[in-house]
Write a protein that binds this ligand. Structure first.
Ligand code: SAM
Length: 331
């Protein structure tokens, strides 16, 4: 049984939030006042959900949060996930990725790699320690994150991506410094357009630094050449003309890619979300608590996927804010 939604999109990509706690309070995500709202589940429950979903065609799992590295036992969990095998005539190993703020990555990169983690994405929104502190509202985080990025590279967690959310008034002047950073550190820096998923409800179209603006700014530094990308890839990719360094731009606001979306998410409290902007979620953990068999869970998942939204409505008059903010969904 492979997962397709009613628009014919194949669902192959699962994100699991393993906690909605976070040690950072980034301005584009949190107010700094709210803590965790939904709690988390024992790892064995996520593992069962993952096993059922891998049996339905999921071949990529990304762990996220909140901050996933705050969860004790995450290395063991990765080891268990790495034992799952996607189906198909020539089964490939499961692609297991992690999105982290990188604060605790320096010590954990090698154990995670040894446990079977394939790739890591580190969120970093400035390449200047003071600006970094202003955005994350955490003093002295910058050196930890830089050490985490370098440890991930040494551990062979490759390709290594650094995600930067651009928000006008905070870090739009970091575009060129991040271009330099990509070249110097040998990482792919991906700029992400700010989406209306923050706790503070401060989003407005004018706060979004768009793909066109990022490209124009970077071109002042060095010429870029677009790299052809798979339709299902969310990022548009570019390399610098001299062949050194790559950047990506994820532009869900100015260039939506809903038509190729292959994702579903499980929140830290075990709900399925079919879109970041869903106004409801579906209680998979509730089904487990009721004693459903794996086959019944698969049937439930199949029916939920049929409800996947066709697209988001950011910036349109009928836009209704998502029922959860990013930190409680799992980005
Ligand atoms: N704590 C981890 C981290 O910092 O990467 C994982 C969770 S975080 C919610 C996942 C990603 O969502 C990060 O790359 C973060 O920058 C991004 N994000 C959070 N709020 C966002 C927003 N309003 N718009 C766009 N991206 C956002």
């Amino acid at each position: 049984m492979l997962l397709h939604d009613k628009f014919g999109r194949a669902i192959t990509d699962l994100r699991i939030s393993i906690t909605d706690r976070c040690n950072y309070k980034c301005v584009y995500c949190r107010t700094g006042n709210e803590g965790a709202l939904y709690g988390d589940l024992p790892f064995e429950d996520y593992l069962r959900m993952a096993r059922v979903l891998v049996g339905m065609g999921i071949n990529k799992i990304r762990l996220t949060g909140g901050e996933p590295l705050l969860r004790k036992g995450v290395v063991e969990f990765v080891r268990e996930l790495a034992r799952l095998r996607p189906g198909g005539p020539m089964p490939e190993p499961l692609d297991i990725a992690l999105t982290t703020n990188g604060h605790m990555l320096a010590e954990m990169a090698q154990p995670l790699k040894d446990a079977g983690l394939t790739r890591v994405t580190v969120s970093m929104d400035a390449v200047d320690p003071e600006r970094f502190a202003r955005i994350t509202r955490v003093p002295n985080g910058y050196d930890h994150v830089l050490a985490g990025i370098r440890a991930a590279r040494r551990a062979g967690l490759w390709p290594l991506k650094v995600n930067c959310v651009l928000m006008r008034g905070f870090n739009e002047d970091q575009i060129i410094p991040f271009g330099m950073f990509a070249r110097e550190e040998g990482v792919t820096v991906r700029f992400i357009e700010f989406m209306p998923l923050e706790e503070g409800r401060t989003w407005a179209p004018s706060t979004v630094v768009t793909l066109d603006e990022i490209l124009a700014r970077m071109a002042e530094y060095r010429p870029l050449v677009e790299i052809p990308h798979a339709r299902s890839e969310t990022a548009r990719r570019y390399r610098f003309e001299d062949g050194v360094g790559e950047i990506g731009i994820i532009a869900p606001v100015s260039h939506p890619f809903c038509g190729h979306c292959s994702r579903i998410r499980i929140t830290s409290d075990g709900k399925i979300r079919t879109c970041l902007f869903s106004v409801w979620d579906h209680d998979l953990h509730g089904e487990m608590r009721r004693g459903s068999s794996d086959a019944e869970l698969a049937e439930f998942i199949q029916s939920v996927v049929q409800k996947k939204e066709e697209r988001h409505h950011i910036g349109e008059p009928d836009f209704v804010p998502a029922s959860r903010t990013m930190v409680h969904i799992g980005g």
